[in-house]
Design a protein around this ligand. Structure first.
Ligand code: NAD
Ligand code: UDP
Length: 323
């Protein structure tokens, strides 16, 4: 087995922590960098005793000098409430962070993977979304700091590849959920589960007829690792998501059923530029990633996530930090 040195930016976040775990399980050496804006040490505390795991507090808007074989660039707040908290910082993280990681990859000849997003499609006017679709993004709207930042990062990745031969991979991740989402993250799955477990009202924005396609974390991690291992001529972008599409109201009803909660559904205003429908076309991912496809159904993934939040919120049983 070849032990690789892998850098994960945003490694103390929801997705990053699962990725660090997976890379260490495969016998690699992992350097995690994070500024703890939305991530936390608690997400990776169970990895700190591993000699091949290194944690660095660092903000990716500043350059960093390291020697690694591969870079997964995940650092960026992902929930609308967090990325809208300081929109200029969000843009800097996506754009300057991409420049710093690409510059690093160029100097040390590392492969670099960008965690892009279905948000590059904005409020899509084609359905399902294929990689060829250019998107429908409001460049001055509330979501633009995230959407345009990620679009600019994709452009940087492609141009570093074309101009400087940097080996790049771009994955466009669709709504992903699972254990280690922050309880106050603000995204729909964690919001609904926490509300249901606490017996609070379930806040559906708009009429709840807008759709999303929810992917469980383990399916995403598998695809990201497979993407990193593809031949150098495969750059993406490729869509990574679970094509099973649900309305937000259907999601609320599922969460109520699985938690056996008595919470009521209440309707709140729909945020500005909230996409009406979203579903990935994953034909490219299936073809390029050795037949990869999502394995975990929404019911199954929600069950695991509900168990996690019960512990996190100290509902039934005790929360454990150390493993
Ligand atoms: P998260 O907020 O849990 O993780 C982001 C991590 O990045 C956090 O640990 C945060 O502290 C760190 N971070 C933020 N700004 C930073 C900076 N300037 N320097 C260093 N670290 C910084 O979110 P997540 O869901 O784990 O998302 C990870 C990545 O995946 C993000 O790039 C996000 O855009 C992308 N993504 C996620 C989803 C999803 O559904 N979860 C969908 C599409 C794309
Ligand atoms: N949403 C909701 N209630 C909430 C949080 C979100 O109805 O408490 C809706 C939100 O308006 C959007 C969908 O759920 O239509 C997904 O929102 P999320 O923030 O999870 O992700 P994104 O909009 O970025 O896909």
């Amino acid at each position: 087995m070849i032990r690789k040195k892998v850098l994960v930016t945003g490694g103390a976040g929801f997705i990053g922590s699962h990725l660090c775990e997976r890379l260490l399980d495969e016998g690699n050496e992992v350097i995690c960098i994070d500024n703890y804006f939305t991530g936390s040490k608690q997400n990776i505390i169970h990895l700190l005793h591993i000699p091949y795991f290194e944690l660095i507090r660092h903000d990716i808007i500043n350059p960093i000098f390291l020697e690694v074989d591969e870079i997964y660039n995940l650092a960026c707040p992902a929930s609308p409430i967090h990325y809208q908290y300081n929109p200029i910082k969000t843009i800097k993280t996506s754009v300057m962070g991409a420049i710093n990681m690409l510059g690093l990859a160029k100097r040390i000849k590392a492969k670099v993977l960008q965690a892009s997003t279905s948000e590059v499609y904005g409020d899509p006017q084609t359905h399902p979304q294929t990689e060829e679709y250019w998107g429908n993004v409001n460049p001055i709207g509330l979501r633009s700091c995230y959407d345009e930042g990620k679009r600019c990062a994709e452009s940087l990745f492609i141009n570093y590849h074309k101009q400087n031969n940097v080996r790049i991979k771009i994955v466009r991740i669709f709504n992903t959920y699972g254990p280690r989402m922050h309880p106050n993250d603000g995204r729909v799955v964690s919001n609904f589960i926490v509300q249901a477990l606490k017996g609070e009202d379930i806040t559906v924005y708009g009429d709840g007829m807008q759709t999303r396609s929810f992917q469980y974390i383990s399916d995403l991690i598998e695809a990201m690792v497979r993407m990193m291992n593809t031949d150098d001529n495969i750059t993406g972008p490729i869509n990574i998501g679970n094509p099973q599409e649900f309305s937000i109201l259907e999601l609320a009803e599922k969460v109520l059923k699985l938690t056996k909660s008595k919470s009521k559904i209440v309707f709140k205003p729909l945020p500005e530029d909230d996409p009406i429908q979203r579903q990935p076309d994953i034909s490219k991912a299936k073809a390029m990633l050795n037949g990869w496809e999502p394995k975990v159904s929404l019911d199954e993934g929600l069950t695991y996530t509900i168990e996690y939040f019960k512990k996190e919120l100290n509902i039934e049983g005790t929360k454990t930090y150390y493993i």
